[in-house]
Write a protein of this length. Structure first.
Length: 202
């Protein structure tokens, strides 16, 4: 019986603008799309890999996007002490074929988002909300994803746009600057009704 030699798991780290978050990039598809785990309970239910990582005392949150995982550490630990431990942990987990995210997670998140967005895109504000979401998805998301993070449109109310930041962008000191200077500026220019962009804590 022939055994097919699996290519080894390659892994390298990338800095993110958030000093507390590091991006671990692999040569494997970890999870198609985005999976963000800030709470241990969500990870325990839906992601064996995030759950295992969050059981380590120095891991605060875990964020997957296609072939990388962004790990946000607890602030009282130094990367110098934990970076290689995490690299080995992730490499071993992937090489051993561990489950990254359980089946059904995408549907679970989509259903939750659909419920929270149901009222968003109706009425006179609905058109503006749609335009705002489109602009964020087209222009902002790709740039933010390169830094190991994500931005999600949440709501539009009376000129105010509410968004949540995920991955390395969550709790990043420079994300509020990016939000105010970059995103808010662009949205105001392109959609005159927008007066402010507010970051919601997810």
């Amino acid at each position: 019986m022939e055994t097919i030699a699996k290519s080894p798991v390659m892994l390298y780290t990338e800095q993110t603008p958030n000093p507390e978050a590091l991006k671990y990039v692999t040569n494997r598809l970890l999870y198609r799309g985005i999976a963000d785990f800030k709470e241990a309970a969500l990870a325990e239910t839906w992601s064996p890999m995030a759950h295992s990582l969050m059981e380590l005392p120095y891991v605060k949150s875990v964020y997957f996007n296609n072939n990388y995982v962004t790990v946000t550490k607890e602030f009282n630990y130094e990367w110098a002490d934990i970076m290689l431990k995490l690299k080995e942990f992730i490499k071993d987990f992937v090489e051993n074929g561990g489950t990254v995210v359980n089946e059904g997670f995408t549907e679970f998140i989509e259903k939750a988002e659909a419920e929270s967005n149901a009222g968003q895109f109706s009425g006179e504000n609905g058109d503006i909300a749609r335009k705002v979401k489109e602009l964020i998805d087209t222009y902002v998301k790709p740039a933010v994803e390169m830094d190991g993070g994500n931005i999600e449109f949440k709501a539009y109310e009376n000129g105010r746009v509410f968004v949540t930041m995920q991955g390395s962008c969550s709790g990043c000191p420079s994300s509020s600057v990016t939000l105010k200077a970059g995103i808010e500026g662009m949205l105001k220019r392109m959609i005159p009704e927008v007066t402010e962009v507010v970051q919601e804590m997810a």
